[in-house]
Design a binder for this molecule. Structure first.
Ligand code: PMT
Length: 397
């Protein structure tokens, strides 16, 4: 959102207090923020808070009664890349749907050539009322995007649908609006997380993968317009956004089965999962009792899922693997690139501080099948996802 200009309209509902958090998130992400408050909303949030957090004067009235200075709503609308109205009360919603214009916020809405996004907030019966539904529908027809209200406890003490979406959710919608949809029309398979290979009903062989790297790739690809299928081993992570289809698996063989069902229909595969190379030969039916000093478990090789995908790759498909190493990063990475028939390999090593498992950062180098090597700095996993997808874009036709 760096440098993007977001005009934030605040109307008079209790959820107005949450706007302080939204401004902070937007500013942190690099957006420029200006705010318009309706006169009623300044009873719910102080203009001083809004102007301090946004770093800009707050616009409330058409003109300042003391100085006579006019606030130019047309200029505000032209300044904005995006107009976000949150919270949107039933009253302002109704006025917007009719095209009324008796305050600065409404005049600015009517002057807006760019996109408007609204986040309604009201009590559950008001939100469920046919006139509210009709007005929301009218706004949608007029090209406004609606961030639906959520369910939960309301200011009235009642529980139900009508709460304004959380600031993080609104910020995610705003970020999505500014994201270029250069992967629209592409179907992407992402593998993520560890696999668990059962020893008995209680224990398993696993690894430290949290899934964060793969999920960051899936979410970024989805926000850039791709249809994403995320085949994930066990993690506590959740996916956001409706362009990601999540398929949960536990073992390597289950992951292979899902990949085999999907791969032929995909344009791109990015395999970030940390798949167990071996699994116990047999799984004990009962919990293994503690008896002897040592316990031997016979292991057998798991299928190599990425290798299978490489063997079944069409000329139109692009396949990206990962290599996690503790030594000889480039040599081992290059060998995996060739032996698994990949287009690109993303290499990371546990020798680099902040790289690899579990944390929020990673440091990668990407080698392609034309021997181009690019090394990146330590970055957040979502920024690393961006570097990977930007590199892959050169391959996708
Ligand atoms: O999940 P995080 O906590 O965010 O950590 C991220 C990560 C360290 C797991 C990730 O950055 C990473 O390196 N993933 C690959 C880990 C791995 O298993 O690397 P490998 O070098 O053993 O495997 C090479 C490639 O073959 C990988 O793409 C792997 O998904 C794939 N593979 C491996 C074995 C196997 N049986 N089947 C496979 O598909």
């Amino acid at each position: 959102m760096r440098g993007k200009r977001v005009l934030l309209g605040v109307t008079g509902g209790i959820a107005a207090y949450k706007i302080a958090y939204l401004i902070r998130i937007l500013k942190k992400q690099g957006a420029e923020v200006k705010c318009i408050l309706t006169p009623a909303s300044s009873d719910f949030i102080s203009p001083l808070v809004v102007s301090t957090l946004s770093g800009n004067p707050v616009a409330i009235e058409f003109w300042d009664k003391k100085t006579g200075v006019w606030t130019n709503h047309v200029e505000l609308a032209l300044w904005a890349d995006l107009f976000v109205i949150a919270p949107l009360t039933a009253n302002t919603l109704s006025a917007m749907s009719l095209g009324s214009c008796d305050n600065l916020l409404l005049a600015t809405y009517l002057s807006m050539k760019g996109k408007t996004i609204v986040a309604p907030a009201m009590d559950l019966d008001m939100y469920a009322h046919p006139s509210t539904k009709r007005n929301l529908l009218q706004l949608e027809k007029d090209g406004v995007s609606i961030i639906p209200a959520e369910s939960g406890e309301l200011a009235s003490g009642l529980e139900g649908e009508g709460r304004m979406a959380e600031p993080e959710t609104i910020a995610a919608h705003i970020a999505d609006f500014f994201t270029i949809k250069d992967l629209a029309g592409k179907k992407i398979l992402v593998t993520a997380g560890p696999t668990y290979e059962a020893i008995d009903p209680v224990r398993f062989i696993g690894n430290h993968s949290s899934g964060k790297m793969g999920y960051a790739i899936a979410e970024l690809a989805a926000s850039r317009g791709a249809e994403v299928i995320l085949v994930t081993g066990p993690t506590s992570l959740k996916v956001s956004g409706n362009r990601i289809q999540r398929l949960d698996v536990v073992s390597a063989r289950e992951m292979l089965e899902k990949v085999q069902q999907i791969w032929a229909t995909c344009d791109l595969g990015i395999f970030a999962a940390a798949v167990a190379d071996y699994r116990p030969e047999t799984i004990a039916d009962e919990k293994i009792k503690k008896k002897e000093e040592t316990l031997n478990i016979e292991l057998t090789k798991n299928p190599d899922i990425l290798k299978w995908a490489g063997e079944h790759k069409l000329t139109t498909q692009v396949l990206v693997g990962f290599a996690l190493e503790t030594s000889d990063l480039l040599k081992n990475g290059e060998s995996k690139l060739n032996s698994k028939n990949l287009n690109l390999i993303v290499m990371n090593t546990l020798k680099d501080e902040g790289a690899g498992f579990a944390g929020d950062t990673n440091k990668v180098s990407i080698l392609d099948d034309r021997n181009n090597l690019t090394s990146f700095e330590l970055k957040s996993k979502s920024e690393v996802a961006g570097d990977i997808i930007d590199t892959v874009m050169k391959y996708l036709c």
